[in-house]
Design a protein around this ligand. Sequence first.
Ligand SMILES: Nc1ncnc2c1ncn2[C@@H]1O[C@H](COP(=O)(O)OP(=O)(O)O)[C@@H](O)[C@H]1O
Ligand SMILES: [Mg+2]
Length: 273
Amino acid sequence: MAAGGGRLLNPVGDILTMNDKRRCHALLVEAGVPVPPALPDVGSYVDLRAAMTAYGWGRVFVKPAHGSSASGVIALAVSGSRVMAVTSVEIGTDGRLYNNLRVRRYDDEATVAGIVDRLAPDGLHVERWFPKAGLGDRVLDLRVVVIAGEPSHVVARTSRTPLTNLHLGNARGDVAAVRAAAGPAAWGNAMQTCVAVARCFPRSLHVGVDLMFRAGWRTHAVAEVNAFGDLLPGVLAPTGNDGAGSAGLDTYEAEIAALLDGRYANWAGSCVR
Ligand SMILES: Nc1ncnc2c1ncn2[C@@H]1O[C@H](COP(=O)(O)OP(=O)(O)O)[C@@H](O)[C@H]1O
Ligand SMILES: [Mg+2]
C-alpha cells in the first residue's frame, strides 16, 4: 500500500532494478534468461575501446544505465581506426547533448569519444551488438507485456536503423508475420523467456520485455525490461488461448482484470524466489 492508500502495481524495488540496466542485466543472467553479454564497468571511451579489443567485440550497444526511449543509446561499430555510431544523440550548438527524433550517424572518432565521455559519468551499460532478425529491409524486436505471468500483449517494432523504439518514427510491424517467420518453436521459446523475465519480478503485476530474435530466428535475447512498458494504446490481447486471461483487453484493462480475478495473487504465490 502506498502513501494515500493507493495500491502499487509494481513494487518500488523492482522498478529501481528495471531502471538500472546493469542491475537488471545481472539479475537476468543469474536467472538464466538469455541476454547479450555485457562488458564490465566502462568509465570512458578509452576504457570502452580497450574492453572491446580485449573481448574481441567489433560492435556494441552503449546504453546509459538509467536511460529509456533510446535516449543516449549508441549502436557502435569499430574496425581499426574507423568508427560508426548510430544514435539519437545530437550535439547542440551549445555543446550539450540532446535527444533528437532523427537518428543520426557519426563516423568521426573524436565526436563519438566526446559523446561517450559525456554519458559515462552517469553510468553505462555496454552489450555486444545482437544481430536482430528482420523482415524485408527492416530489423525488428518485440515489446511483450507480461501481466501476472502471461505474455499477453505483443507489438513488433521495425526499423531501418538499429534502434527500433517507436517514437523515433519506426513502424509497428505485423506480429503474425513475425510469428510465422520465427515458427512455433522459436516463438514459443521466446514467450517462455518473457515468462522467465516476469518470474524475476514476481511481485510486479506487469513487465514490458524488449525481446530480440537473432537473424535466422533460432535464438533470442532480452534487450531490457521496462517497469512502465505497458503504454500500448490500442493494442489488445488476442482473443482465444493466446490472449489467455487478458483476451480482448488492452494492457490497463488486463492489469485490473488480473488483480480482480485472482490471477495476480496466484501468479505471485506460485513464484519461488
Ligand atoms: N545488445 C543489443 N544488440 C542489438 N540491439 C540492441 C541491443 N540492446 C538494445 N538494442 C536495441 O536498441 C534499442 C534500445 O534498447 P533498449 O535496451 O530497449 O533501451 P531503451 O531503454 O533506450 O529502450 C532497441 O531498438 C533495441 O532493440
Ligand atoms: Mg527499450
